[in-house]
Design a protein around this ligand. Sequence first.
Ligand code: PGA
Length: 251
Amino acid sequence: MKKIVAGNWKMNQTFQQAIHLFSSLDQAIDSVKSTEILLFPPAVYLHHLQSLKNKKSLLTLGAQNCAAWNAGAYTGEISIPMLQSIGIEWTLIGHSERRTLFGEDLSLVAQKVKHCQQNQFKYILCIGETLQERETGEFETVWRNQLNSALKDLTEKTNLYVAYEPVWAIGTGKTASPKEIAQAHTWIKNYIQHDLGYPKEQVLVLYGGSCNEKNASEILSTPHVDGVLVGGASLKAESFISIIESSEQCT
Ligand code: PGA
C-alpha cells in the first residue's frame, strides 16, 4: 500500500516563496512509485498553485482548514464548496493548533468531519495528547474522546485518514520514539476498527511531530505508520524531497 507524505506549510511563505517552493517540488518529483504526496499551503495560494500544476504533477493540494457550513454569514471562513470550485479535494481537520489557539472544540471538529463526509471531501483528522496528558497517563482517554466524538455519528465508515500528532512533538524537535508511535498507532487502529466499526484496511494513520529528513526513514518503517504529516521540514524543498525518498525506500 502507498505511504502518504503530507506537508503542512501552516502560516508561512509569501506568495513568491510559495510559488518557488511548489515549483521546486513539482519539478524535482517526477516519479514516485509508492508514495502519495499531499501539500497543505495557506488557502490564499491554493488557486494559483493549482493552476501551476501540469497534468503529470504528482502533488495534490489541500486546505489546512475548512468551515463547518456551506455558505452564509461566516466572516473569514472558507467553505468546502469554495475549495471544490478551485479543484481542491482535501483538508486537514482538528490540527492541534486549531484546537488550542483557535478554540476548536470536540463538537466543532465533529461538525467539520460530518460536513466533509456530506460533501464527499477528503480529510485528515488530527488527534494527539499534550505533554501533561502524556505524563499523567491520560493519553488513551484523550485519543478515545477525540476519535469517538469526531467519528461516532458518521454513516459511511470508509477511507479514514487520521494523523497522530502528539502536541509535545509538534515544532519542538522532540519526536515520539518508534515504540511510542507504534503503540499509539496500534491503539488508534484497534479502537477505530473495534469500537467505531471501520474496516481495518480502510483506516490509515499518519504520524506528525518534528518529522524531518533525518528521522523520516525510521518513522516510516515503524509498524502501523501509513505516512507522515510534516510541518517545519516541509518548508524546505530538499528536506521534503528527502522525506519522500525515504518513503519510496520504505515501501
Ligand atoms: P512539525 O509540525 O513537523 O513542525 O512538528 C507538524 C504538524 O503540525 O503537522
